[in-house]
Design a protein around this ligand. Structure first.
Ligand code: NAD
Length: 247
């Protein structure tokens, strides 16, 4: 699969799944706009790795839940790269606690970073993609958006919302030559999952038929396929990458 000549924007790509996707795209020949909120050092490291492969990359600080920052970010990418062929809405956070203890600000922040960001970033790139009559949009949801998870009322609601958003945008933009799909990772080793108690991890592992946690690269492989022209007849779908955890 090659992405030669393509320009990709990956939100939250300073580490974890987003960084693995950005590196996979660059390896396939794409130029990549890296985005981060606070992790400047991580973002710059990914930029260096991509440049070492001989491809263009640049890091952009922007909180993807903030409308002004998203506009500035996407305008800057258009200015620097000239076009956007691929958008991966990956940035996400958790603020886990049981519903009865959940603060309104925990609800709002998780909804804003995980769901509102999709609306803001997708809307910001849609005009350019419609004009060029092509584009690939890949939204990162989660298997818990399908099945629920105690302690994650905010996160699971946002991730379920991502699925509805993906299907609607796929229907709206399909006639314009743009494919929109979602990836639902299961348990992927990253900073987000590192902090979970050992007991929770053990229980999760026992529910994975393939017998191991996922790696960010497992998600990146599918994201590469969905960004390439090999997936041109696929849109509005949700693909689990979870070792068989949810089926
Ligand atoms: P991570 O914490 O390692 O990385 C998150 C990235 O998002 C970082 O680059 C961070 O800088 C960025 N980010 C956070 N808030 C931001 C904001 N407001 N604006 C811009 N960037 C912001 O997490 P990860 O595990 O790599 O998760 C990536 C995506 O995959 C998330 O959407 C997450 O919900 C989803 N996911 C992860 C797992 C898992 O097991 N790790 C499972 C299912 C879904």
């Amino acid at each position: 699969m090659n992405l030669n000549g393509k320009v990709a924007v990956v939100t939250g790509s300073s580490k974890g799944i987003g960084a693995a996707i950005a590196l996979a795209y660059a390896k396939a020949g794409a130029e990549v706009a890296i985005n981060y909120n606070r992790d400047k050092a991580g973002a710059e490291e990914i930029v260096r790795k991509i440049q070492a492969m001989g491809h263009k990359a640049k890091a952009y600080q922007a909180d993807v839940s903030n409308p002004d920052q998203v506009k500035e970010f996407i305008d800057a990418v258009m200015n620097d790269f000239g076009k956007i062929d691929i958008l991966v809405n990956n940035a996400g956070i958790t603020r886990d606690t049981l519903l009865v203890r959940m603060k309104e600000e925990d609800w709002d922040r998780v909804m804003d970073v995980n769901l509102k960001s999709m609306f803001l970033c997708t809307k910001a790139v849609a005009k350019a993609m419609i004009k060029q009559r092509s584009g690939k949009i890949i939204n990162i949801t989660s298997v818990v958006g399908l099945i629920g998870n105690p302690g994650q009322a905010n996160y699971t609601a946002a991730k379920a919302g991502v699925i509805g958003f993906t299907k609607t945008v796929a229907k709206e933009l399909g006639p314009r030559g743009i494919q929109v799909n979602a990836i639902a990772p299961g348990f992927i080793i990253s900073q987000m999952t590192e902090s979970l108690p050992e007991k929770v991890k053990e229980k999760m592992l026992s529910s994975i038929p393939l017998g191991r946690f996922g790696k960010p690269e497992d998600v990146a492989d599918l994201a590469l396929f969905l960004a390439s022209d090999k997936s041109d007849y696929i849109t509005g779908q949700v693909f689990n990458v979870d070792g068989g955890m949810v089926m």
